[in-house]
Write a protein that binds this ligand. Structure first.
Ligand SMILES: Nc1ncnc2c1ncn2[C@@H]1O[C@H](COP(=O)(O)OP(=O)(O)O)[C@@H](O)[C@H]1O
Ligand SMILES: [Mg+2]
Length: 372
């Protein structure tokens, strides 16, 4: 039984459809990420789940309960949906102490003082805020304030957490730490969480599953491994992973090569079989390979000249310390390789590069759909 379920959900603003036919099931206790570029409809989707926005069409369930179904006049307001939200701008009450900020939602519900006290203390302990309970928000760091905002959401013990880019106002270092803390906390609490971000690293590191969205359309739902290893189309392939996957126009030859004009790469027997079944022999396709699957030949295990290897010019090297992002060129074709830091490549020099053909992807040239 899904904890949150969207069935054929649309949201239109005038003529513009911000969310199109969204179908999504979030499991009980799951950490689900809604990932996509700015303007793709993430916040709108979250606001419809929360009840801050009414869908134009479709059904939304929280648990067994139908909370939105415009066709049948069903709309349950946010306060009756048993959800808690955390936003990017975590408006704390500046005149209240940390204690009172966290206690606020419980006071609204008129819980007994004793219980409020106990719950606030538990949450403060969990979030490492015990020493700060008497402080006002202005006496806290950004990270501490964000934790108070989380505390205020957690203290109610909601059925579902909805979080909209809650870490994006924090500096890079703190964001990395909060990422890990939030993930741990979510597992500890076991509360179903839907978390919106445009940051694919955040999505990959935190999510049990990721729902990738583009232009209001759900592209793929899967574990971080699934969306990274088996992207369903060029959008997902290009959005997940940094630097992004290389896309190269190719023709599939009768002998099973991906021919780029400047050079060619031999596909593996299984891959050729699939391409043959799909009627793609002799056709133009998009060949995709991640920078991390292209090697400096000095460090490659399997080198077969004329099959998985080519000579390339090193245009630019971005040294990241742990690895080197190398801009490579063969004739007019350019692509990126992510080489290990030991690689001795030099700008302006020619080197041999090796492609891990096990990691090659082929996409339909017109639809962008993955063949593999
Ligand atoms: N209230 C609104 N009226 C008109 N257009 C809106 C409204 N809210 C959002 N939009 C539009 O819907 C699209 C999706 O917005 P949003 O869900 O906020 O995107 P995201 O959170 O993924 O950045 C955007 O093009 C945005 O301009
Ligand atoms: Mg948004």
């Amino acid at each position: 039984m899904a904890e949150v379920k969207l069935v054929g959900v649309w949201k239109k603003f005038g003529d513009f459809a911000a969310v199109k036919d969204m179908n999504l099931e979030v499991k009980d206790g799951e950490f689900m990420i809604l990932l996509g570029p700015s303007g793709c409809g993430k916040t709108t989707t979250l606001r419809m789940i929360s009840g801050l926005e009414e869908p134009t069409l479709g059904k939304i369930y929280i648990g067994e309960k139908l909370v939105a179904d415009p066709e049948n006049g069903v709309f349950i307001p946010p306060k009756d949906r048993d959800i808690a939200m955390v936003f990017q701008s975590y408006a704390l009450y500046p005149h209240m102490t940390v204690y009172d900020n966290i206690a606020f939602p419980l006071k609204l519900r008129k819980l007994p003082k004793q219980e409020i006290n106990q719950r606030v203390k538990e949450v403060a302990e969990l979030l490492g805020l015990t020493e700060l309970l008497k402080r006002k928000p202005r006496e806290l760091s950004g990270g501490q304030r964000q934790r108070v905002a989380l505390g205020r959401a957690i203290v109610r013990k909601p059925r579902v957490f909805l979080m909209d880019e809650p870490l994006s106002n924090l500096d890079a270092k703190l964001r990395v730490r909060m990422r890990a803390e939030l993930k741990k906390l979510q597992k500890q609490l076991g509360v179903t969480t839907i978390y919106v971000t445009h940051d694919q690293v955040e999505a990959m590191t935190m999510g049990d599953r990721i729902a990738v969205i583009s232009h209001g359309i759900l592209q793929q739902v899967g574990t971080p491994e699934e969306v990274y290893d088996n992207p369903k189309n060029t959008f997902v392939a290009g959005f997940i992973g940094s630097p992004p996957m290389n896309f190269m126009d190719a023709t599939i030859t009768e002998e099973g090569f991906a021919d780029f004009g400047e050079f060619r790469l031999k596909l593996l027997p299984d891959q050729i079989g699939v391409l043959r079944n799909e009627g793609l022999i002799g056709k133009e396709v998009v060949f995709g390979i991640r920078p991390e699957d292209i090697y400096d030949a000095m460090f490659a295990q399997v080198k077969v000249p004329g099959e998985n290897m080519t000579r390339a010019v090193v245009d630019i090297i971005e040294n990241l310390g742990s690895e080197k992002i190398v801009h490579l060129r063969v004739g007019n074709m350019t692509f990126l390789g992510a080489f290990r830091s030991e690689s001795k490549v030099q700008e302006g020099h020619e080197i041999d590069v090796v492609f891990d053909m096990n990691k090659a992807h082929i996409f339909d040239k017109t639809s962008g759909k993955a063949v593999f």
